[in-house]
Every structure is written in structure tokens, then in C-alpha cells.
Ligand binder design. Structure first.
Ligand code: ADP
Ligand code: MG
Length: 331
């Protein structure tokens, strides 16, 4: 990277979409006017080369897209509307300016889709690998945040979309030559490289004025259900036969499918719980918006295990495996 100041000029958006922004890139800090009828919702996620992404499986454009998508997904999982994002990057000299500009093109592509503005960031050099930390700011009507602690016994457990696709896509990227990809394999790869956060579904859920617990599926269904169960002090029972699986994923053995659904992650679909009565209303609204939603289980009084799977008339513990950055194989 020749010069950070000329780089910042190149990535600075020509125009901002949100009218509440007073000053974006170009001063010491950004200023936007918060709406007094809204709660502000904010999150940050950091992605490190060779831990969260690799140039072997993702283009620079994909890396930028995904870094912003995963943060938008956290806002969606609170029922919020994303408005702004900031990007801090630590750049090693193995990355050329042109490649970094491609990262920012990927960010801008998903930002355009959700009408959000880049309003700031930070640029430093590093002797390590590329690090990208994205902060997203959003808002939601006062008091309407959808918390993972809101589940109650008797609730229905539901999820949006289909599950397991992203992990299957990564598996293909890691183990197959590009010129051998069949069309269903290409479909699965897109789930991994360009995840689509469920903002509209989250907004529908927060607009209905009812109790909903909600998480986005970043670490696999098992881990997310565990988080809801623990935060809400309940147990969750997943009906294995009800899990929504894409036609593309059905090309694999049932064991592979389930392994990816439970432990795969990087899905960015939503999983949540709500009362039986309210679920009917949710189903209706999601149908109108053309969003797939599936009932996948029920919430029970807290029992021996936080999460159980029901299959063939039996109940088994669903362990909380998944990726943990500091303890491999544990979560
Ligand atoms: P300061 O010294 O005041 O921190 P900087 O030179 O770091 O200023 O940044 C100048 C402007 O460019 C600020 O508005 C900052 O938010 C923005 N900026 C810097 N780096 C990035 C980046 N990587 N992505 C987006 N905006 C950036
Ligand atoms: Mg700075």
C-alpha cells in the first residue's frame, strides 16, 4: 500500500444514503443524529486472514462482502435496521492496494443492498496477516430488541431459510478442484462466500410487538440453541426430521447434512422462539414477504441437557461442539 491517505480518498463514498449522517469520512470522527424514538444497536466483528478467511477460498471482494454481512447479521438478530458501518484494517505488505480496493468493493456491494453508509474507520500496517474489524450501527423501535433470554417453556423453535449450506460450500472449496464443480456445488459455495443476512426477517419479528427470542446462526445450530437455552434458563428440543435442508445439500449423506447443520456455522440465518399463537402470525407475515420459516422444535422446562434432538421417537443430547478460538474442538 503506497499511501494510506490516498487509499482513504479512494474508498470514501461519493454520496451518503442516510440523511441522519452529519459528517462521515474526513474528520476526526463521524457524527450522525440519533432518533429519539429509537434504541441504537451496535456491534463489531473482527476477521483475521487464515483464521476467518483465506485467499485460497475467497476473493478479496468476497472477503469484504462477508466482513460486512456478518455484522449486519448481528443487527438483524436483534431485530434492528442497519444504518452505518466503520472499518478498521491492519494491512500487511503482502496485500496490494488494488486487492484492498476490491475488499472495499465487496463491502460497498452489500452496503448498497441494505442502504447503509461507510462513515469511518482506521488504517494501520501490520507485520502479521490482514485483519478487518467492521462495526455496524443500527436502530430499532424503543424497547423492541429481540433478546436471546426471552424464550419460555411451551414456545415453538423456528428458523429462517435452509441450514448447513455454508459449511458444505467450504468443504467443497477446500477439497475439490474448481474445474470439477457441479451446479449444486457452485450453489453451496455461494452460501459460503456471499452470505445474505436476514434483515427483513428480523424487522418483521421486531415489528410484531410480541415476545420473540432470537440469534443469528454464526456458529452452527447446536451452539446458537445452547446460547438461547442458557440465557433463557430453559431446554430446547430440536425435531431432527423437521430441519429445513436445501435440495443442493440433499446430495450428501444424512450424516454429513446433519453435521453441517448442527456444527457448521457461518450460516447467518436466524433461529428463535415464540409462543404457539404468535408463531402462526409470524408464518403468515414471512409468507407474505416470501421468506422461508420452519418450525424445528419446542422449548421445555430446564432439564438435564440444554439442547436435545428428537429423532425416531427418542431424545438425545445435542452437544455444544463448534469452533472456539482459544480451545480447539470446544465451545
Ligand atoms: P485520525 O488521525 O483523525 O484518526 P485518520 O487519518 O485515521 O484520521 O482517518 C481519516 C478519516 O478517514 C477518518 O474520517 C476515518 O474515519 C477515515 N478512515 C480511515 N481509515 C479508514 C478505513 N480503512 N476505512 C474507512 N474509513 C477510514
Ligand atoms: Mg485514525
Amino acid at each position: 500500500m503506497p499511501d494510506e491517505f490516498s487509499f482513504i480518498n479512494k474508498i470514501k463514498p461519493a454520496k451518503l444514503k442516510q440523511s441522519s449522517c452529519i459528517i462521515g469520512i474526513g474528520d476526526d470522527a463521524a457524527v450522525y443524529r440519533a432518533n429519539s424514538n429509537k434504541d441504537q444497536v451496535v456491534c463489531v466483528d473482527t476477521m483475521c486472514e487464515e483464521v476467518h478467511f483465506s485467499r485460497k477460498t475467497m476473493t478479496p471482494f468476497d472477503i469484504g462482502w462477508k466482513a460486512v454481512a456478518v455484522n449486519i447479521s448481528d443487527i438483524a438478530a436483534m431485530g434492528g435496521k442497519p444504518l452505518y458501518y466503520l472499518v478498521a484494517i491492519a494491512v500487511p505488505n503482502s496485500w496490494k492496494e488494488e486487492e484492498l480496493l476490491n475488499v472495499y468493493e465487496g463491502m460497498a456491494a452489500i452496503a448498497d443492498k441494505y442502504n447503509i453508509d461507510l462513515i469511518g474507520g482506521d488504517t494501520v500496517s501490520t507485520k502479521g496477516s490482514l485483519v478487518i474489524a467492521v462495526t455496524v450501527i443500527g436502530e430499532l423501535p424503543t424497547g423492541k430488541a429481540l433478546l436471546r433470554s426471552s424464550a419460555m417453556p411451551g414456545d415453538i423453535v423456528f428458523t429462517t431459510g435452509t441450514l448447513g449450506n455454508s459449511a458444505a460450500g467450504l468443504e467443497i472449496l477446500l477439497h475439490q478442484e474448481e474445474n470439477t464443480y457441479k451446479s449444486f456445488e457452485k450453489e453451496l459455495i455461494v452460501f459460503h462466500q456471499r452470505p445474505v443476512p436476514q434483515v427483513e426477517a428480523g424487522l418483521i419479528l421486531s415489528s410484531l410487538n410480541e415476545r420473540v427470542s432470537l440469534n443469528d446462526i454464526s456458529d452452527g445450530l447446536a451452539s446458537e440453541c445452547n446460547e438461547i437455552a442458557e440465557a433463557s434458563n430453559v431446554s430446547i428440543e430440536i425435531d431432527e426430521h423437521a430441519l429445513p435442508i436445501s435440495n443442493a445439500l440433499k446430495n450428501y449423506s444424512l450424516d454429513d447434512q446433519l453435521n453441517w447443520v448442527y456444527y457448521g456455522g457461518e450460516e447467518y440465518q436466524l433461529v428463535g422462539t415464540t409462543s404457539k399463537q404468535h408463531y402462526l402470525q409470524i408464518e403468515e407475515k414471512m409468507k407474505q414477504a416470501n421468506i422461508q420459516v420452519t418450525k424445528i422444535g419446542t422449548v421445555k422446562e430446564k432439564g438435564e441437557f440444554p439442547v436435545m434432538i428428537r429423532k425416531d421417537g427418542r431424545s438425545l443430547e445435542l452437544k455444544k461442539l463448534g469452533y472456539n478460538h482459544f480451545r480447539e474442538g470446544e465451545k
